[in-house]
Design a protein around this ligand. Structure first.
Ligand code: SAM
Length: 177
């Protein structure tokens, strides 16, 4: 099981990027996203995607995020993505090995991340040491973890599916099956 904890969300300013974080988590292979701040708009957008495109991706809000991390550590490994961390290139083999037996919780921030997160995490991992985006960091991390395999994923109960095509749009809708 792979979960993503999206730490912080600055209301209107973050609506779009927080939605992208959740959709990227789902599309690239995570099973669940945990937000620390409620946002109905984001939650509804994500739930609509799951409804149409299928799968069991879970969306939850957990204001007591420290408690959540501590509980998670009993069953899994906690990875904080930060530009200050150890480089993903060196660390991924070890993380993959641990991920075979343990659940993984990936933490990404919105604004400045509290120091405690660095201490609570089992690994602080950087996707390069330049500042960029939580969406990019998450996408690269998941893609490396799953070695590109989740890019072939589609979901049994989907109402809508795409047939990959080099020319134009090929879409299958439930009522056409
Ligand atoms: N300046 C903030 C800080 O000092 O924590 C980070 C803000 S950044 C826009 C939001 C999130 O993107 C970070 O919390 C981190 O999870 C992720 N991020 C940005 N650049 C990263 C990098 N090079 N490697 C890993 N994660 C990164």
């Amino acid at each position: 099981v792979v979960e993503v904890l999206r730490l912080g969300h600055r209301g209107d300013r973050d609506k779009r990027i927080s939605t992208h974080v959740a959709l990227t988590a789902r599309a690239l292979g995570a099973d669940k996203i945990i937000f620390t701040v409620e946002d109905e708009h984001v939650e509804n957008s994500v739930k609509k995607v799951v409804e149409s495109w299928g799968g069991n991706f879970k969306f939850v809000v957990e204001k007591h995020w420290k408690k959540y991390i501590k509980e998670f550590k009993k069953r899994g490994v906690v990875i904080h993505l930060t530009m200050y961390g150890a480089n993903i290139n060196e660390m991924m083999p070890e993380i993959k090995k641990i991920g075979r037996d343990k659940d993984i919780l990936i933490i990404i921030g919105a604004e400045k991340v509290p120091k405690e997160v660095y201490e609570l995490a089992d690994y602080n991992i950087s996707v390069g040491n330049q500042p960029h985006s939580e969406v990019a960091a998450l996408a690269i991390f998941l893609d490396r973890l799953f070695e590109g395999k989740t890019l072939y994923r589609d979901f049994e109960d989907a109402k809508i599916k795409i047939v990959p095509s080099n020319k134009g749009k090929v879409v299958i809708r439930e009522n056409q099956k």
